[in-house]
Design a protein around this ligand. Sequence first.
Ligand SMILES: *Cc1c(COP(=O)(O)O)cnc(C)c1O
Length: 454
Amino acid sequence: MTQPTKFLLDESSMPTHWYNVAADLPVPPAPPLHPGTLQPLGPDDLAPLFPMELILQEVSTEREIPIPEPVREVFKLWRPSPLVRAHRLEKALGTPAKIYYKYEGVSPAGSHKPNTAIPQAWYNAQAGVKKLVTETGAGQWGSSLAFAGALFDIDVQVFQVRVSYDQKPYRRALMETYGATCVASPSKLTNCGRAILAEHPDHPGSLGIAISEAVEVAATHDDTKYALGSVLNHVLMHQTIIGQEALLQLEMAGDDPDVIVGCTGGGSNFAGIAFPFLGLQLRGGKKRRIVAVEPLACPSLTRGKFAYDFGDTAHLTPLTKMHTLGSTFTPPGFHAGGLRYHGMAPLVSHLKDLNLIEATAYAQNACFEAGVLFARAEGIVPAPEANHAVKGAIVEALRCKAEGRSQTILFNLCGHGHFDMSSYSAYHAGKLVDQPYDEAELAMALAGLPSVPA
Ligand SMILES: *Cc1c(COP(=O)(O)O)cnc(C)c1O
């Protein structure tokens, strides 16, 4: 092959700032509201949960926020991450399109999540915090925060959704290897966990419940704060290092993407790759198509309502305006655990509402088929979540083929699937079921959305 495959930056070219899309929005997003008073939230309302530096980032409209030097030093363990031209996938598809992927699976935890876990742990350590609590579904966020806690000497307690605690012992082992404590949620450690177990002793858990438990622990302990791996503005901003590197790497490649694709659970890896490109557009640059891909079984952007809702089941979190399926919605069992959240990042939701991004949804078997095709062409086995982005990129490449057009497609390969091989086994055995969500349950969950005066 005569054309280059891998585009690598050296450490000295690693971005020095995060990009904050709030600086360039044509319309500001709706403010988060206090769950009790329904008044816009002030920074002090969040102080029991987060250190002030992160709260200030959450509400900032500065375009660039410096990445602290000690955080950049840790990032050098795996960043800048590679940008790869998927020559063999292009050939397998017979497409005239050029396909590039940014590979975030090179991080120690195997996904993009350490990009925010490291700064979150660092700001907490600077503020004298001794312990962080969080929730995890599939285990990717829990293991990323566990890794970050080990580096900055912070105890990490993870409420892991009961089903994944039972089904994913290796993710738990990874968290424990980094020194974190793992608790199956719902647990007996919190009021909200005890209330749920009293009614349903065998409750399988959900992200919404695990968030409630973690928030309750943080709110009731002075030396303890909470950390969230997606959804929040500051988390999305921390991930923009991905897109900023990709901008430089595509420049090296002499290319410019026409279409950018990412999978969306809470929206952070998608925002990470897309927002720096979107920012150029919002400041008068080239218009590109930006496509969010979500699971058909948990379709917040494509089927949810854009409305104020709670982030958790016990309704301890602020109300945010987002695309939501309702905080009581339980998606049917499918294997991309990281995409099972009922809501979507307010910033991603706002951009969808402004028609600045597109959204599409695919069933899990179609996504695994795409992931297997990718693995056989490019060698990397994607995380089940990342398979949604692979599927979205392949659909775009086949559209280019049908139209006889050579476009450039960039997607975020946000993690590897080495801890998810049991779901690949299920796929190979023909045992993955494309179970639709329950329309009646969705209608009920949406009917139960909180009413907020306009
Ligand atoms: C957590 C996770 C996701 C979903 O979260 P986003 O905030 O939407 O990125 C997707 N892919 C991987 C590999 C994850 O670990």
